[in-house]
Write a protein that binds this ligand. Structure first.
Ligand SMILES: [Fe+2]
Length: 297
């Protein structure tokens, strides 16, 4: 006996492409949804002629754009910190967007992220960081929710031993040698790079932490900063070639989309971040933990 369907539909070429396209879109969304948690650990060796001898081999681990929110929960962030804890390091830096702030009422209503509501989640996770010195700077999302959330976040980070560099610097000493770590608030808010670098002696080996690569606009002309560590771009998050950089709100998105940029003096490194924003998807721009080794050239 031969089975015959009640209605036989001929699959036309148009139908074939239509269903193929739908399947491809679904496949791509699934790929992006699972890809959002595939953390890459990037190792980087950077050479500097003026690195003080005692800091030869100094290791920095950078994480950025955690975006603790409905989509970026405790379980995933715990996994990130567990990975960071396995790495050899002398310093951990967090370059902003620790939480996801609510931009306006539209996003507050339609995107299940809750700004300050996720501060306890993220501080609970970050408490487990096993490094010595830990520095952070604020991103646009950390400042977007308003003063109350910002103050609460900074207070909680400081309470668990993370020094939030708000337009100021700190020195790390090793014997008679020292390096400076300077940090700024976000460029859209209370950013002040001049204040952050005030009092840093000329010729001192200096690392700047700033959420947005736009800080480079103020460093290119005069300041001699050896290394700038940023986030903010998410590497495009859904990195469509020739297209995604158009959606990144920085002044030179092509140059600072992601990764290492050699400057006229020193380097800039743009970390792709840990979490996601707007859509829980990452395609072609996996989440990243960066491990940077400073080498005296
Ligand atoms: Fe971000």
């Amino acid at each position: 006996m031969v089975f015959r369907p009640a209605v036989t539909q001929k699959l036309t070429r148009r139908g074939f492409f239509k269903y193929g396209l739908r399947l491809s879109v679904l496949g791509l969304l699934g790929f992006g949804f699972s890809g959002r948690n595939n953390i890459e650990t990037k190792q980087l060796n950077l050479r500097f002629a003026n690195l003080p001898e005692a800091f030869d081999g100094f290791r920095i681990v950078q994480i950025s754009d955690l975006h603790a929110s409905f989509w970026v929960g405790k379980r995933y962030l715990d996994r990130v910190i567990a990975r960071v804890n396995t790495l050899n390091k002398d310093l951990v830096v967090i370059t902003g967007d620790i939480i996801t702030g609510s931009v306006n009422d539209f996003w507050k209503r339609w995107l299940p992220s809750a700004g300050g509501g996720y501060i306890p989640v993220v501080t609970d996770v970050l408490t487990r960081l096993n490094a010595g010195p830990r520095f952070a700077v604020l991103g646009n999302h950390d400042q977007w929710d308003g003063k109350e959330t910002e103050t609460q976040l900074v207070g909680e980070l400081e309470r668990i031993g993370i020094d939030v560099l708000r337009n100021r610097s700190k020195t790390i000493n090793r014997g008679k040698d020292r390096i400076t770590i300077a940090g700024t608030d976000d460029v859209w808010f209370t950013y002040d790079i001049d204040r952050a670098l005030k009092g840093v002696p000329t010729g001192n080996f200096t690392i700047v932490l700033c959420h947005s690569p736009d800080v480079r606009e103020d460093l290119d002309t005069g300041s001699k900063v050896e290394l700038v560590l940023c986030g903010h771009t998410h590497g495009g998050q859904v990195a469509v070639p020739f297209l995604s950089h158009h959606f990144i709100p920085i002044k030179r998105p092509k140059r600072y989309l992601a990764g290492l940029v050699k400057e006229r003096y020193g380097y800039t490194y743009v970390n792709r971040g840990i979490g996601t924003l707007v859509f829980p998807l990452r395609i072609g721009a996996p989440p990243e933990i960066t491990s940077i080794k400073l080498i005296r050239a």
